[in-house]
Design a binder for this molecule. Structure first.
Ligand code: PMP
Length: 479
């Protein structure tokens, strides 16, 4: 049996999840002890400085992905394929800051363009600059569904603006999302995030009223989708359907083309705005994102990450001119039927020039073709190592997004045979094993994202053989 799976074959991935959940493998205790010792002896300055930071920063860290086990690392440099910590350790960067750094760290052409922009234009003006149109045009070149584009600072903001536009346009309130998808952390979208069945668990500090109009549907379940649209009709209709088009958590539970097509039909039938949240997939899954892959045109697309070339701030929304035309250009005073969106730092020279240059570099270097070929080969090789050590795993990729998942925690809640209590216990156990895995990978010289997600970038293509050796060292120490 090969562990390698087709990254778009939901049924096969889901079936394998059942097997992985039934036969959890873990690192030998001796390996866990060895790796814990690595952190104590080789990462002592990280430990000390993060501990000290706790007096100033809640928990000592601020980026979600910095939450490494047993403690966070203090990163002092990012260059090319590597990240470096304060203790002088060097790591292959399979984190890619959660996706944006697809060209590699501190990629010289983007850095030079940003420096030039700062020298020539400055850091921030508050006025219009032509660089804004350059980026918008470049995005529209690859996303024909985008007739107008509006820059924002984060994916979170962009999702917030997209739902506001959809509601203003339709005059309806209800939203449907796919359970487990992440659309930022605003009050109304912090529902059913990361794993299925979590409901409003993450919505601490959010009034219940904020979640009144959102409902979640099971991935790829067309009946559930139809039922929800019908249900909403009794209650004012559906304003919008929002999803990560490659599936929850960057494709951990891939959505199928058949499902996507039905979503499009139902949105048309019920007069709902279809929003693709391509924060991860735009310029990561090919130049035209998941919508090009599926051949489906959403009404609105949310952008982030790669579209600002790994620089701050990365967010934007684009789509049909008629819907986008509702946005204000600047602050309007008095009575207005326009949709408000703002941002002091929005559309600054740094973000726009970095994004524009990064997209041009992706074109010039033919990056996606190279990344897809390297990722397919590498993922298969990792799967062969899992086979060799008889570790049940879900190993697949969607271009340069790799899922090397030995625990399947995101699938647990989608098996109806488990009670909610069992789901919670199993997820907790899976999460612990996943953290141990990420800890082992890091001690062997590779930083991955959150434990089950692995991004490769243009620079890491040259170090994949070294990376493979690290996987061999880790997998050989499983029970
Ligand atoms: N949507 C998706 C699909 C994301 O992955 C993310 C961030 N991981 C966001 C929205 C939010 O983007 P940001 O972190 O820039 O606010």
């Amino acid at each position: 049996m090969t562990q390698y799976l087709d990254g778009y074959d939901y049924d096969a991935i889901h079936e394998r999840a059942r097997e992985v959940i039934a036969n959890p493998k873990r690192l030998k205790k001796s390996a866990v002890d060895k790796y814990m010792n690595y952190y104590e002896t080789k990462c002592s300055e990280s430990k000390r400085t993060i501990e000290a930071a706790k007096a100033y920063i809640p928990g000592g860290i601020q980026h979600n992905l910095a939450n490494n086990y047993p403690f966070a690392l203090n990163c002092v440099k990012a260059e090319g394929a590597y990240l470096y910590d304060v203790d002088g350790n060097k790591y292959i960067d399979f984190l890619n800051a959660g996706g944006p750094t697809i060209l590699g760290n501190n990629y010289p052409p983007v850095k030079e363009a940003v420096k030039k922009a700062i020298d020539e234009i400055g850091n921030l003006t508050g006025l219009y600059g032509e660089f804004e149109t350059d980026l918008a045009k470049k995005i529209m070149q690859y996303f024909p569904s985008v007739e107008r584009f509006r820059m924002l600072m984060t994916g979170t903001e962009a999702c917030m603006v997209a739902i506001r536009l959809a509601r203003a346009y339709t005059g309806k309130l209800n939203m449907i999302k796919v359970k487990g998808c992440y659309h930022g952390f605003t009050d109304q979208l912090i529902y059913e995030i990361r794993s299925i069945g979590t409901g409003s668990e993450a919505a601490v500090g959010v009034p219940d009223e904020c979640l009144k109009y959102i409902s979640g549907v099971m991935p790829n379940d067309i009946e559930d989708l139809e039922r929800q649209f019908e249900e909403n009709e009794k209650n004012g209709g559906t304003a919008l359907f929002i999803t990560e088009p490659i599936g929850q958590d960057s494709g951990a539970l891939p959505l199928t083309k058949k499902y996507q097509k039905r979503v499009r039909e139902l949105c048309d039938q019920y007069g709902a705005v279809l929003i693709y949240d391509e924060v991860v997939s735009a310029f990561r899954i090919g130049m035209g994102g998941a919508q090009e892959l599926w051949g489906i045109r959403p009404d609105l697309t949310v952008f982030g990450k790669v579209m600002a070339g790994g620089y701050p701030g990365a967010g934007g929304v684009g789509g049909k001119a008629e819907i986008m035309g509702q946005l204000t250009a600047g602050l309007t005073l008095g009575k207005s039927n326009k949709v408000m969106a703002g941002g002091t730092i929005t559309a600054n020279p740094i973000s726009c020039v970095a994004g524009y240059t990064a997209i041009c570099e992706l074109e010039k270097t033919d990056a996606h073709k190279k990344l897809a070929a390297a990722a397919d080969k590498f993922t298969r090789q990792v799967a062969d190592i899992a086979d060799k050590y008889k570790i049940p795993a879900m190993i697949f990729n969607q271009e340069s997004i790799l899922h090397i998942d030995l625990n399947a925690f995101q699938h647990v809640a989608s098996f109806p045979e488990f009670s909610r209590q069992e789901v919670e216990e199993r997820i907790a156990a899976c999460m612990h094993l996943m953290h141990e895995y990420a800890m082992a990978m890091c001690a062997e010289g590779i930083i991955v994202a959150g434990g089950n997600k692995t991004y490769i970038n243009l620079q890491t293509i040259d170090v994949l053989d070294d990376a493979l050796d690290a996987y061999e060292r880790v997998f050989s120490q499983y029970e």
